[in-house]
Design a protein around this ligand. Structure first.
Ligand code: KIV
Length: 259
């Protein structure tokens, strides 16, 4: 897979598959399962660091996790089907000047070997997307619900502002983004955006009408015993399996059955 394959998949109508991953083992699993693309999301603030929001994630932390994922994907994935590795740019990316943003994104590409960056954005910041693309940095835009705006938003909810979201999607397409994440966008509207823009849409909580889907790996695998978002589907229950296994180990050690 490469950036161009995203567009080819949109044209052919074959859905794009994406998951987040943050470490060595998760990347091995994604490669073995043949995923199209891995996002090293700033959701690592929630699901790796156990914080309530993504706001505290630093650029250095993004670089640390993305370097692991990109290196393991390069070493362990089959070359032809190697997933496209995308790094999330953390809060408050793009809001301290375009030059700073280009330098930060370039550092992520250089230090990690990833293929692209993801940027939470809107039509107002389309010039940032074009500056990154012009510098040679492929951009996955992220519109709809933008978790880095949580302090302004107050709460997470389904995004239905049709005119504004169509404007965002068209602006990031014109600015040169190679794809766009639609987070928690009303399903009918997400379908409309998908039909209207030339680049692939990747939905999360935005219905079946998108060109592809992304979920957070810990949700898909049922790794967090404390929280599952409404839009996620659990395909495994690793938390239960792990807790059961640890209990068995504890009891074996106590009863001198192990070693
Ligand atoms: O950080 C993340 O994992 C994301 C996805 C939910 C799209 O932005």
């Amino acid at each position: 897979m490469n950036i161009k394959s995203f567009l080819e998949k949109k044209k052919s109508g074959e859905p794009l598959t994406m998951l987040t991953a943050y470490d060595y083992i998760q990347t091995l699993w994604c490669c073995a399962a043949g995923i199209d693309s891995i996002l090293v999301g700033d959701s690592l603030g929630n699901v790796v660091q156990g914080k309530g929001t993504t706001l505290n994630v630093s650029l250095d932390e993004m670089i640390y996790h993305t370097e692991i994922v990109a290196r393991i994907a390069r070493q362990k994935c089959d070359e032809k089907s190697r997933p496209v590795i995308v790094a999330d740019m953390p809060f408050p990316f793009g809001h301290t000047g375009i030059e700073v943003a280009v330098a930060q994104a370039a550092r992520v590409i250089k230090d990690t070997g990833c293929d692209a960056v993801k940027v939470e954005t809107s039509w107002e910041d389309a010039s940032l997307v074009s500056a990154l693309v012009k510098a040679g940095i492929p951009v996955m835009a992220h519109i709809g619900l933008r978790p880095q705006q949580i302090l302004n938003l107050g709460k997470f909810s389904i995004q239905k502002a049709e005119k504004a979201l169509l404007k965002d999607a068209e602006a990031v397409t014109d600015a040169g983004a190679f794809s766009v994440v639609l987070e928690c966008v009303d399903a009918d509207l997400a379908g409309k955006i998908t039909r209207q823009v030339a680049i692939p849409t990747i939905g999360i909580g935005s219905g079946v009408g998108c060109d592809g889907q992304i979920l957070v790996i810990t949700d898909v695998l049922g790794m967090n015993p404390e929280f599952v978002p409404k839009h996620a589907r659990q395909y495994a229950h690793l938390a239960q399996t792990a807790i059961g296994a640890i209990k068995e180990y504890v009891s074996d050690v106590k009863e001198r059955k192990f070693p």
